[in-house]
Ligand binder design. Structure first.
Ligand code: GDP
Ligand code: IMO
Ligand code: MG
Length: 443
């Protein structure tokens, strides 16, 4: 069946695929990236950093990647960390070393020289700023992501290429510490950072990093020119997007599909296909509005059955029903060409399953993402109730074998989305997957 997804006759017709999260992250991007990866020549991360936590079931072992692209497990793949990613070198080498212990080589890994570095002060400032926000805090991963992107935008960021000339690195660091140390000491009452110590630590990373640094935009474009298959692996999700998400409860990058062009250095017209990863229900980690959240037994069941605990921070994820308004929003913002529906097996535990199809606010029903966030904060979700299937579907491989009620749920999602569901995931393992290429979407 995978043939149908990627081939038309003998011809491959979609060399550049962007894979994105349609919700608030943790949709199962890692599993689907891994699933598609054996057909790919390159897997590229284009935004975010080690705030991501992508879980892959590798030969029965659960592995978690935060920074390295999920294609790393295939020796034929070139994994790429693009210019739009923020790189914590300590985490990068930790992941490389952990993979090496499992005989997985990162030799082919390429890191963009234009990617920005996460520096020690970013980590400290992330935590300190959250603390200062008190009750208004975002609930970040404390990985220094926001401060690193803020410095990039303020043009005081330090890039991977700066590490290749330690003299330049030192000059840039001294300049930036002239700003950061007074903030650390005067605003937050913390100790100043010692530039020499940072130079010493980062000089060690520089030595190791050299072999991986490359012009990744050039490499990716060359690969596409040669008709190679490139998968752009999104991190986070559409509702965490800095522009389109639930600001300020978002991350600091652009997880939407358009971010792939900027964050990897390819023209937007090179992208052939955008797959949205959609969890069969909704979860969110951290603070911020969440209309379909279920702070009750339903939410608890979703959390326990779906094992909804953060891959990066271990925090319990907030859980709720699927939100059709958000599906439509994700289709629109990302130009989704298809959907991979994940964790459908988790819903097997419910007699009745709900889908939100609109938001009611002050007597009006919104079927599209509301124009003002107050509406999103305060709305009452309008639900449709569907029959559950109450059967274990984790071992089903063919669409035809799914229970009638499961097919109905899938159909309803397709109707709301207006794009086909191509892949259905019914378990964390690679083979717990149903390929489904329904050509006509009933609207
Ligand atoms: P990502 O950040 O989008 O890559 O997702 P995470 O890895 O943070 O979270 C998804 C979790 O669900 C991981 O523990 C996966 O192993 C697991 N998972 C992925 N697909 C399925 C599925 O279809 N069913 C079940 N039960 N678990 C899944
Ligand atoms: P993956 O790739 C879920 C959330 C944090 C917080 C907000 C901002 O595994 O889907 P940040 O540290 O980025 O400044 O935090 O974004 N967040 C994620 N939530 N999955 C992720 O990544 C996330 N990355 C960041 O919890 O609410
Ligand atoms: Mg995750």
């Amino acid at each position: 069946m995978l043939q149908e997804v990627f081939w038309k006759g003998d011809e491959l017709f979609m060399p550049a695929i962007v894979l994105i999260g349609t919700q608030w992250g943790d949709e199962g991007k890692g599993k689907i990236t891994d699933l598609l990866a054996d057909r790919m020549d390159m897997v590229v991360r284009y935004q975010g950093g080690n705030n991501a936590g992508h879980t892959i079931n590798y030969k029965g072992e659960i592995l978690k990647l935060h920074l390295i692209p999920s294609g790393i497990f295939y020796p034929h793949i070139i994994p790429v960390i693009g210019n739009g990613v923020v790189v914590n070198p300590e985490v990068l080498f930790y992941e490389i070393d952990e993979l090496a212990k499992k005989n997985i080589s990162a030799k082919k890994l390429k890191v963009s020289g234009n990617a920005h570095l996460i520096m020690p002060y970013h980590l400290i400032l992330d935590e300190a700023a959250e603390y200062k926000l008190g009750k208004a805090q975002i609930g970040t991963t404390h990985k220094g992501i926001g401060p690193a992107y803020a410095d990039k935008a303020s043009r005081v960021g330090i890039r991977v290429q700066d590490l290749l000339d330690i003299k330049i690195f030192r000059v840039k660091l001294e300049q930036v510490l002239r700003q950061k140390n007074p903030i650390l000491t005067k605003v937050y009452g913390l100790n100043p950072l010692d530039g020499d110590k940072i130079v010493q630590d980062y000089a060690v990373y520089a030595e190791r990093l050299k072999e991986y640094v490359d012009d990744t935009s050039l490499l990716i474009n060359k690969a596409l020119d040669e008709n190679k298959n490139v998968l752009f692996e999104g991190a986070q999700g559409t509702l965490l997007d800095i522009d389109h998400g639930t600001y300020p409860f978002v991350t600091s990058s652009s997880p939407v599909a358009g971010g792939a062009a900027v964050g990897a250095g390819v023209g937007p017209l090179r992208i052939n296909k955008v797959i949205g990863i959609l969890k069969a229900y909704t979860t969110r980690v951290g603070a911020g509005p969440f209309p379909t959240e279920q702070q009750n037994e339903v939410g608890e069941t979703l959390c326990e059955v779906g094992y909804e605990y953060g891959t990066t921070t271990g925090r319990k994820r907030r859980c709720g029903w699927l939100d059709g308004v958000l599906i439509k929003y994700a289709v629109r913002l990302n130009g989704l060409t298809s959907i991979a529906l994940t964790k459908l097996d988790v819903l097997s535990h419910f007699e009745k399953i709900k889908i939100c199809t609109g938001y009611e606010y002050e007597g009006k029903i919104y079927y599209d993402f509301p124009p003002h966030q107050t509406i999103f904060h305060k709305c009452n979700p309008v639900y449709e109730e569907l029959e559950g299937w109450k059967t274990d579907i984790a071992d089903i491989k063919n669409y035809e074998d799914l229970p009638r009620q499961t097919k109905h749920y899938i159909d309803r999602i397709q109707q709301l989305a207006g794009v086909p569901i191509e892949i259905i995931s019914v378990g964390s393992e690679r083979n717990q997957t149903v390929y489904f290429n329904k050509s006509e979407v009933e609207i």
